[in-house]
Design a protein around this ligand. Structure first.
Ligand SMILES: C[S@@+](CC[C@H](N)C(=O)[O-])C[C@H]1O[C@@H](n2cnc3c(N)ncnc32)[C@H](O)[C@@H]1O
Length: 289
């Protein structure tokens, strides 16, 4: 790794700023929400009973995606229980604020746990009365866990109900993210498993003979501004892609030039309505037990 570079995640305030800009510049959130609406409608239709449904969200962030999941369930089930595992206090506060303003969710029972998934799994391992869930989702979160394989297995084996579904959304293993990560894996800072893609998830599911359906969701991230060193938006988007803190100020010039050139190449991006966009496609895993 180039020594002047620091992982983005060493700076939580900057990380939040970068994530917020990413959401502005990409269609990812809407793509995920549209897909979830459709998939969950089918899940609800297939369920025989509509009494209680129990949902476990791992790394739920500020709750916008969870809210969409819950909207699909509240009118169909007489009871909805939603447990949230999220280590960041600021995110939990935003989540609470979001649901307070949403009267449709007034009947949902929320249970917030300010924990990492590893802490949660450890505590539920010690606590034998831990309960099972009908829907477990891990949306753009498995990059941060200590052990992807163990997390998936434990949740599948001991937390998911029969006929339940586990939903994992991760950057695609057959698109630009894979190529980008491979090219810079020894140059950019590595934060635990953050170079993982859907291929790593698929390998775990195959190894353990867990049945799943994989879908690729096309998504994009506008990167025009990344080529203007004076643009604040560009700097934030750049940091999102490289997962590096203040890339433009800290990367050696030759690396910065190389990154810019590579981002413009067909390996990473294409033109969409006259804007250069990074191919931000996602792999979705629908794991039915
Ligand atoms: C990219 S955000 C995704 C948020 C949400 N799932 C969504 O799709 O909008 C990742 C979230 O995972 C949380 N996170 C980070 N490390 C975690 C861990 N070890 N266990 C659980 N969540 C974690 C972060 O605080 C953040 O809110």
């Amino acid at each position: 790794m180039t020594s002047s570079l620091r992982s983005l995640y060493t700076d939580p305030t900057r990380t939040l700023e970068v994530l917020r800009e990413f959401i502005q510049q990409s269609d990812e959130r809407q793509v995920i929400i549209n897909w979830l609406k459709n998939a969950l409608t089918q899940f609800v239709e297939a369920a025989r009973k509509h009494e209680e449904v129990r949902v476990l969200g791992i790394g739920s962030g500020s709750g916008e995606v969870d809210r969409c999941v819950l909207h699909q369930l509240v009118s169909k089930y007489s009871r909805v229980y939603n447990r949230v595992i999220e280590p960041d206090k600021m995110q939990i506060n935003s989540y609470r604020k979001l649901i307070r303003s949403d009267s449709e969710l007034a009947s949902v029972e929320f249970d917030f746990r300010q924990q990492t998934s590893d802490q949660y799994l450890e505590s539920s391992c010690n606590n034998k009365s831990s309960s099972r869930f009908d829907i477990i989702h891990m949306i753009q979160v498995l990059y941060y866990v200590d052990d992807i394989e163990n997390t998936i297995l434990q949740l599948y084996d001991t937390h998911l109900n029969e006929n339940g579904v586990m939903i994992i959304i991760h950057v695609s293993g057959s698109r630009a993210w894979y190529r980008f990560n491979k090219r810079y894996e020894n140059t950019l800072p590595v934060f635990r498993h953050d170079n993982s893609t859907g291929l790593d998830i698929e390998a775990v599911l195959e190894k353990h003979h867990i049945k799943y359906q994989r879908t690729i969701l096309p998504s994009y991230l506008i990167i025009d501004e990344c080529f203007n060193k004076d643009s604040q938006v560009g700097r934030l988007v750049f940091d999102y892609i490289t997962e590096t803190n203040h890339t433009v100020d800290t990367a050696p010039n030759d690396l910065l030039q190389d990154l810019m050139q590579y981002l413009k190449s067909p390996d990473c991006s294409y033109l969409r309505e006259d804007r250069r966009v990074f191919e931000n496609d996602l792999d979705v895993f629908w794991i039915h037990k």
